[in-house]
Design a protein around this ligand. Structure first.
Ligand SMILES: NC(=O)c1ccc[n+]([C@@H]2O[C@H](COP(=O)([O-])OP(=O)(O)OC[C@H]3O[C@@H](n4cnc5c(N)ncnc54)[C@H](OP(=O)(O)O)[C@@H]3O)[C@@H](O)[C@H]2O)c1
Length: 157
C-alpha cells in the first residue's frame, strides 16, 4: 500500500531549483518519525537533492538508469505499482512533483504538511487532488519561525 508524504505551500508549491521551498524542523521531524524503518520511493531529482541515502529506510529510486547508491532502482513503474499496491506494508512516496502525480491515483493515504506561506519562485508543485474524496484528520497544528502549519492526514474514502 502506498502513502504519500509531502510539505506544501499555499499554492501547492513543493520545490524550487531542485530544493525544498520551506524548511521546518518540526516537519522534518514528522517526516523522519513517520517514514523510519519503512521503504521510501522517490524520483531521480529528489534523490539527487539529498545529501545521501536516508538512513534507517529502504531507499528506492525510480529512474531509467541504475542508481548504484540506492537500495533499489525501479525502471518499470507500472509493474512496481501493480506488485506493491495491495501489500500490507506501508510504502512511502516521498516526491517529487513527477512522482507524486504518478502515484496519486494509487495512494490510500496522503500526509501533507500544509504551510501557510507561498513562494512565487517555486517551480515544482504537488498535484491538485479532490479533498472531498478523502477523510481528513488533523495531526498537528503549529508555528515555527513565524510560519503557521498544519499536518493533515487524508485517507481515501
Ligand atoms: N516539499 C516536499 O515535500 C518535497 C518532497 C520531495 C521533493 N521535493 C522537491 O521536488 C523537486 C523534485 O521534483 P521533480 O518533479 O523535479 O522530480 P522527481 O519527481 O523527484 O523525479 C523525476 C524524475 O524521476 C524519473 N522518473 C519519474 N518517473 C519515472 C518513470 N515512470 N520511469 C523512469 N523514471 C522516472 C525521471 O528521471 P529521468 O528523466 O532522468 O529518467 C524524472 O525526471 C525538488 O525541488 C525537491 O526538493 C519536495
Amino acid at each position: 500500500m502506498f502513502s504519500i508524504i509531502a510539505s506544501v505551500g499555499k499554492n501547492n508549491e513543493i520545490g524550487k531549483k531542485g530544493e525544498l521551498v520551506f524548511h521546518l524542523k518540526e516537519d522534518m521531524e514528522f517526516f523522519r518519525k513517520t517514514t523510519k524503518n519503512h521503504t521510501v520511493v522517490m524520483g531521480l531529482n529528489t534523490w539527487l537533492s539529498l545529501p545521501g541515502k536516508l538512513k534507517n529506510r529502504k531507499n528506492i529510486v525510480i529512474c531509467e538508469k541504475d542508481v548504484p547508491k540506492a537500495d533499489q532502482t525501479v525502471k518499470d513503474l507500472p509493474s512496481f505499482i501493480k506488485n506493491n499496491q495491495n501489500t500490507p506494508e506501508e510504502i512511502f512516496v516521498i516526491g517529487g512533483g513527477v512522482i507524486y502525480k504518478e502515484f496519486l491515483p494509487y495512494a490510500e493515504t496522503i500526509y501533507l504538511t500544509e504551510i501557510d506561506a507561498s513562494d512565487e519562485k517555486a517551480d515544482t508543485f504537488f498535484p491538485i487532488f479532490d479533498k472531498a474524496k478523502y477523510k481528513t484528520t488533523l495531526i498537528k497544528k503549529g508555528s515555527e519561525d513565524g510560519l503557521n502549519y498544519s499536518i493533515v492526514k487524508y485517507n481515501k474514502i
